[in-house]
Design a protein around this ligand. Structure first.
Ligand code: DCT
Ligand code: MG
Length: 508
C-alpha cells in the first residue's frame, strides 16, 4: 500500500507497465454496479492514474477511461474542489451537479476495504451543505450533497447574508467598474459578491473558500486582505476617489445615468447644488423631477409605503379592469424591507388588445386628475410576439410601462412613521408599472422579480447549459426550435431543468 499512500507511482518497472496495459484491456468483473469512477489525471500524472485505475478495476470497481455522463464519482489528487469544478466546467457533461468530487484518500480507503466506503467530509473536495430551506415532505433526512453552482439560479440566496464584510467591498468595486464601463471587471465582482451571499456560513479563513466557484485570483487576494487587515486598500482607494464619489452622487438623481455624469464631471462639477443652479445646463423632464424630489427619492421606499402604493395601484387598476392580476415585483417581492422604487406587473386573463394598450393611460389620467402624480413617462410597447427572445443578458423588455413619481400622502401609510414637520404631508415615491399580455405573464414576473444578478445568471444558464434563450417575454428552445409555454414561474424553472427557487431565495 506504500505506493498508494505516498503518492509514488506504483510499480515502475517496464515489464510491469506492459502487464498493466495488458491487464487493463481484459474486462474485469464489476462488483459495485452503483459506482462509476473517473480518476483525474491533472496533477496526478498519467502513470499513477493508470496504476490506480488498474488496481480499482481489479478490486471490482468500474473505472472509466473517459469522463462521460455515466460517471458518478470523480477522484482527484492534489486538486482543490475549485480546481476540479473549474476543470469540470469545460467538460461537456449534461449534468455535473450530481457528481461526487472526492480526494484520492477515499479511493485508497476503498482499496484497503476492498469495497466502497462512505465518503465523509474529509474526502469531499467541495463542501456538504443542505441549502433547501423547506425540504419537501418525504425528502431524505440526510442532507443532499450540493456543489455550489457558478450560476445564481442554482443557488438559494436569502437576505440573510453572512458575508457582508466581503460582499459590501465587492459591490463597491463592481460599481466603480460600472462607472468606468468596464463590463468584465464589473461582472467578476458582482459574481463574487453573489456567490458569497448564498453561503450559509461566514468565511473566516481562505481555507473556507475552497470549492466555491466565481472567486477569481484577484477576488481571493482582496478577501485575504480583508481577513488579515480587516479592510481592503483597493476599496479604500475607490471610496476616496473623486470620480467615484461624483458618479455615485450624480447617478443618485432620477434620470441621470453614466453619460450625463461623465459630462458633468468633465465640466468640473463636484456637487449637486452647483449643477442645480447652473443656468447653462439643460435638464430632461425626468432630471428636473429627480432634482425636485431628490431628498424623498434618495431616502428609499419602506415596505409600509410600498404596501400603501399597492393598495392605490389595485384601486386604480381595478376601476378599469376588475379581474386584473397585479403583482408587486422587484425587491419587495424578494422580501426586502426597503427599495429604491416599487415595481408592479399588471395583466389579466381577459385582456383585450385595447385594454392592454389603454389601461395604463386610464390609470395615469385618473391619478393626474386626483393630483397624485408628480412625474410620469409612459413608454409604449414595442413587443413583437413572434420575435425570438433577446440574447442579451441585460436586455430591457418591450412591454408598455410607466416610470412615475407618486405623491403618497402620509395618511395612506399604515404603521409607525415619523411625521415630517412644516406641513409637507406626503412623500415622493418612485413607481414602475409594467403591462404585459397574459401569455407572457410568467416570464415577465420572473424577469421583474430580479435580482439583476439572478436574472443575468438565469439567461446565461439557459443559453450555455440548455441551448435556450430566455427573456422577459418568452423561452425559446434552439434545439427544438419552439417557444416553450408557461403558466407560472415553476413551469419556467422546470423547462430549464432547474429546481424551483422561491422569490425570497433570489436575492443573488
Ligand atoms: N430588471 C432587469 N433588467 C433591468 C432592469 C430591471 O432584469 N435592466 C429586473 C430585475 C429587478 C427588477 O427588474 C426590478 O428592478 P429594480 O427596481 O431596479 O431592482 P430591485 O431589485 O427592485 O431593487 P430596488 O429594491 O432597489 O428597487
Ligand atoms: Mg425595485
Amino acid at each position: 500500500m506504500d505506493s498508494l499512500q505516498t503518492g509514488h507511482l506504483g510499480p515502475r518497472k517496464k515489464r510491469s507497465r506492459q502487464t498493466d496495459a495488458a491487464r487493463a484491456s481484459i474486462p474485469q468483473e464489476v462488483k459495485f454496479q452503483d459506482l462509476v469512477l473517473f480518476i483525474l489525471e491533472k496533477k496526478m500524472g498519467s502513470t499513477r492514474r493508470a496504476f490506480l485505475m488498474e488496481l480499482a478495476r481489479r478490486k471490482g470497481f468500474r473505472v472509466e477511461n473517459e469522463l462521460s455522463d455515466s460517471v458518478t464519482h470523480i477522484v482527484a489528487e492534489n486538486n482543490s474542489g475549485s480546481d476540479v469544478l473549474e476543470w469540470l466546467q469545460v467538460q461537456k457533461l449534461k449534468d455535473s451537479a450530481q457528481l461526487e468530487l472526492l480526494d484520492v484518500s477515499w479511493l485508497i480507503e476503498c482499496m484497503r476495504a476492498g469495497r466502497p466506503v462512505a465518503a465523509t467530509g474529509k474526502h469531499q473536495l467541495v463542501m456538504r451543505e443542505d441549502y433547501s430551506a423547506n425540504p419537501s415532505p418525504g425528502s431524505q433526512a440526510i442532507p443532499a450533497v450540493h456543489k455550489i453552482s457558478q450560476y445564481a439560479c442554482q443557488r438559494r440566496t436569502t437576505l440573510n447574508n453572512h458575508n457582508h464584510i466581503f460582499t459590501d467591498a465587492f459591490e463597491i468595486l463592481a460599481e466603480n467598474y460600472e462607472f468606468k464601463e468596464n463590463e468584465g471587471c464589473y461582472v467578476t465582482y458582482m459574481r463574487a459578491a453573489s456567490v458569497l451571499k448564498s453561503l450559509p456560513f461566514t468565511i473566516v479563513s481562505m481555507k473556507d473558500t475552497e470549492g466555491i466557484p466565481c472567486l477569481e485570483d484577484k477576488v481571493k487576494s482582496i478577501m485575504e486582505e480583508i481577513i488579515e487587515e480587516g479592510e481592503s486598500s483597493e476599496v479604500k482607494a475607490v471610496l476616496s476617489d473623486e470620480r467615484y464619489q461624483c458618479f455615485k452622487l450624480f447617478t443618485s438623481v432620477f434620470g441621470v445615468g453614466l453619460k450625463t455624469s461623465e459630462k458633468w464631471f468633465r465640466m468640473g462639477f463636484r456637487s449637486l447644488s452647483k449643477i442645480r443652479l447652473d443656468k447653462s445646463l439643460k435638464f430632461t423632464q425626468m432630471q428636473k423631477a429627480g432634482f425636485r424630489y431628490y431628498e424623498d427619492i434618495v431616502s428609499c421606499v419602506t415596505r409600509a409605503e410600498a404596501e400603501a402604493v399597492d393598495v392605490l395601484v389595485n384601486e386604480a387598476v381595478r376601476a378599469f379592469l376588475p379581474d386584473a392580476f397585479i403583482t408587486m415585483t422587484g425587491g419587495f417581492r424578494r422580501g426586502k424591507k426597503m427599495g429604491h422604487d416599487v415595481d408592479f406587473l399588471i395583466t389579466s386573463p381577459e385582456l383585450t388588445e385595447e385594454d392592454e394598450q389603454q389601461l395604463l393611460h386610464k390609470v395615469i389620467n385618473l391619478w393626474e386628475k386626483k393630483g397624485l402624480l408628480l412625474y410620469h413617462d409612459l413608454v409604449e410597447s414595442t413587443f413583437e410576439k413572434l420575435k425570438q427572445p433577446s440574447r442579451k443578458v441585460d436586455a430591457l423588455d418591450h412591454f408598455q410601462k410607466c416610470f412615475l413619481i407618486f405623491k403618497l400622502y402620509h395618511e395612506r401609510v399604515g404603521g409607525d412613521r415619523c411625521r415630517q414637520p412644516e406641513g409637507k404631508d406626503w412623500k415622493a415615491i418612485r413607481v414602475d408599472l409594467v403591462m404585459c399580455p397574459y401569455e407572457c405573464h410568467a416570464f415577465a414576473l420572473l424577469g421583474w422579480t430580479g435580482s439583476r444578478q439572478f436574472e443575468r445568471d438565469l439567461r446565461r444558464y439557459a443559453s450555455h447549459e440548455r441551448k435556450m434563450i430566455l427573456d422577459n417575454h418568452a423561452l425559446y428552445d434552439k434545439t427544438k426550435r419552439v417557444f416553450l409555454q408557461a403558466e407560472n414561474e415553476e413551469e419556467i424553472f422546470a423547462h430549464l431543468g432547474l429546481d424551483y427557487i422561491e422569490p425570497w431565495e433570489r436575492n443573488a
